[in-house]
Design a protein around this ligand. Sequence first.
Ligand code: LLP
Length: 435
Amino acid sequence: MLLRGTMQVNPAGELEIGGITASTLAGKFGTPLYVIDEALFRENCRRYREAFGPDNRVVYAGKALLCTAVCRLAEEEGLCLDVASGGELYTALKAGFPPERIYFHGNNKSPEEIRQGLEAGVGRFVVDSLYELDLLSRLAGEAGKRPVILLRLTPGIEAHTHEYVRTGQIDSKFGLPIATGQALAGVRRALACPNLKLLGLHCHIGSQIFDLEPFREAARVMLSFAAEVQAATGWFPEELNLGGGLGIYYVSGDDPPAIEELAAAVLGAVRQTCAELGVPQPRVVVEPGRSIAGPAGTTLYTVGAVKEIPGVRLYVMVDGGMNDNIRPALYQARYEAALANRITDEPTATVTVAGKCCESGDVLIQNVRLPYPAPGDILAVPATGAYNYTMSMNYNRLPRPAMVLVKEGRAEVIVSRESLEDLVRNDRVPDGLWK
Ligand code: LLP
């Protein structure tokens, strides 16, 4: 298992994160437990800011990992924030995140969500459709506001990633396609809306991308479109938002580019294309989520039942599963793991890590090499900071895990463990339904 951030192995052969052993964390806070390495989260933010420089902007994509404390970290590191729903916006505002640094995304924002964004004074609405353009224009007029908008476009780029997380191709629910003329129609319509200030263009080509070429290509396609728009209308984007998507290491063989390499590729492509087209260079905006939060998170589980089917498979059951990490079931995502309480023991067994849901597909990892596991061992699954907590659920009425932030030997709860009481909080029994 790759050690990252502040992870280290102490002299007793135990995994430490943020200067605390996994077994201490498990003992104090219980399992399953999401552990966030504050130093690594901050370092990733800083690397993005430094690599893209002061003239450009880094927007943290909250869908990867969001709670009040995480908003505060992103704020302190000087990032902007991408929210994709009224719930994410509410969380950001509760955290005191400056509204002018918020980008409001979503392909079907409700009138209530739009009003919420207008009232808060979010910095940018990223408008996804002509329907939203008209709705936002009307609601902005009613509120007496003139929000700044970006138009989300689909540049028609296929990034090599899982089908469910690909978004840049034409056949997508997101954005206005360039190829069909809808993007140009959107720009014209936005320019004709006196209540809206069209500042720029946006695209997002997918997630968990290892190849830099699709990012360069997206920059070229978007800028070529911008040049056409300029010729047709005189308007040119001040801001070019190229979305997120940089991949991270999950398992051996994964070889993602560094943040700095992404920045060099994107900024280089923008510079070169602008020179070739003879257009001004817009401010470049990127929206990383996974590559900031993913590596900073580790999930700790306690091993329960160990079931060996002779000659077939060794199952290790943990006290979480698809509730706290849906990614293996949804995307066939792969993970590494280690027995954190004895990480230096020789791996002698090939095991399948299964969760506790009533679902055969609730398997977190197939065939991982571990020391022969025993009930009570602590299993650590790294790289679970992004799209784990935010996609968690209560199937089988399992309470969601707690989340702790660790740093220099200290651990603070940033999301409490759900209680059994939380699970029935919204249940109602209509009066008179039963005697
Ligand atoms: N910007 C926009 C408009 C997005 O839709 C996304 C992700 C991002 C930025 C951040 O992308 P990232 O840097 O995290 O790749 N649940 C899937 C990933 C879905 C990504 C959705 N959009 C997964 O677990 O792999």
